[in-house]
Design a protein around this ligand. Structure first.
Ligand code: COA
Length: 380
């Protein structure tokens, strides 16, 4: 066998590989900064609503008041599902992971979407709006169906964030809750070529459609090394129980070579700018009875993990305590991340379609050569 075919070392985890050009977001590893379309996240967080961030990502500019109203009202109008998809959600086994139900429902929505099979810019924008609204509606409806509440229709007097909380919690949120949740969505909307975003871009690089890409993103996001970490964080906080037990617990995990969920990042080697906001919200939101210790446990873990490993919390660490304080059950934490990140996936899908080339890397083959074939009757 020609030795040239065996050459080339794989780059584990594709670390440092530049796999796409994007104008959507930039993760500045050295300075711990995040940019959406050139705007520092510190300029945007708390100053734009989620719909403004969506408009920015999808079109490249912040909307005028009129454009914002238009996008908001389109998204709210799209917050409904075909009856068959409601039924599908209702019939999902009660023990099924909400992220799996969500992924399955998005796949089913492709059966009913009027633009299915159409990948033009205009069709993709229509599908993107519907998908963003429907992801939120599926998550909220699933929670209501499972908790015995009434499935709510969107309320035109509320914005996107307000509607997600209203439909999810089954009550109108307080203004502080709404604004925290709104900023949480803004902070989660896009993040360079995260694994799920890459998966979405790879999917449409074959000219498969947007629903397939969102399914790929959802499947990928659910892993505990990505968006699934936020659920694991709250489980860890609950298991630890009190700040006095942090040291033994964390040292035990590190001694066993286990990962501390919600810490570390492939790109940031300094503070994740998103975690600063989420930590502040975690401190400001009132804690529910019996959950007062979660924040004290979180703070102690943060300082100890930095002491032991020199790594910082990522977006998932304090997002767990924020979501918990907002009354979102832990099984839905990753779904909420998915609601926000759908905005980014849609933007990346549209960007990929504008200048597409099949994404098809190569591998280093280590499976051997020149084996002698043995017919089935002669095998032992
Ligand atoms: N807990 C303990 N150690 C960690 C760690 C964590 N969460 N994250 C990274 N490290 C350590 C590794 O053990 C390794 O240390 P070593 O050099 O002494 O062996 C070093 O940091 C580099 O880790 P590496 O596996 O190369 O990082 P990566 O870029 O492949 O992984 C993550 C990035 C995000 C997958 C990783 O940090 C992780 O598993 N975090 C926990 C899951 C999580 O929170 N995911 C959400 C990401 S937003």
């Amino acid at each position: 066998m020609d030795g040239s075919k065996r050459r080339g070392q794989p780059i584990r985890g594709l670390e440092g590989v530049v796999a796409a050009e994007t104008s959507l977001s930039f993760v500045d590893a050295d300075n711990g900064k995040l940019y959406y379309r050139g705007y520092d996240i510190d300029e945007l967080a708390g100053r734009v609503c989620f719909e403004e961030a969506v408009h920015l990502l999808w079109t490249g500019s912040l909307p005028s008041r009129g454009c914002l109203e238009e996008l908001r009202s389109e998204l709210i109008a799209d917050m409904r599902l075909p009856q068959q998809v409601y039924e599908m959600i209702r019939l999902a086994p009660p023990s099924a992971d909400p992220m799996v139900v969500l992924r399955t429902a998005i796949s089913a929505l492709d059966l009913f979407d009027p633009d299915t099979g159409r990948n033009t810019e205009a069709a993709n924008l229509r599908k993107g709006k519907r998908l963003l609204a429907q992801v939120a509606t599926i998550v909220a409806s699933l929670h209501q169906l499972r908790s015995g509440g009434a499935v709510r229709s969107a309320d035109r007097s509320l914005d996107f964030a307000g509607n997600v909380l209203y439909m999810f919690l089954g009550r109108e949120p307080e203004e502080f809750e709404r604004s925290v949740f709104d900023t949480l969505l803004v902070l989660h909307a896009d993040h360079g070529l995260a694994a799920s975003t890459f998966a979405a871009r790879v999917t449409v690089s074959t000219l498969a459609g947007m629903h397939s890409a969102i399914c790929a993103g959802l499947a990928n996001l659910n892993g505990p090394l990505h968006g699934g970490a936020n659920r694991k964080v709250i489980e860890m906080l609950e298991e630890i129980g009190g700040p006095e037990r942090v040291e033994a617990y964390i040292d035990g995990m590190l001694a066993r070579g286990q990962r501390i969920m919600g810490f570390g990042h492939r790109i940031y080697k300094t503070q994740d700018p998103r975690s600063r906001y989420l930590r502040r919200f975690a401190e400001e939101l009132p804690r529910r009875e019996g959950r007062e210790d979660l924040l004290a446990v979180s703070s102690r873990i943060e300082s100890l993990v930095y002491e032991r490993k020199g790594i910082y919390p990522n977006v998932d660490f304090y997002s767990a305590t924020v979501q918990e304080a907002l009354g979102i059950p832990k099984e839905y934490f990753t779904c909420i991340f998915a609601v926000a990140r759908t905005a980014g996936w849609v933007a990346h899908v549209m960007e990929q379609f504008r200048d597409n080339r099949l994404i098809r890397p190569t591998s280093k083959y280590i499976g051997g050569f020149d084996k002698t074939f043995v017919p089935i009757g002669d095998r032992g």
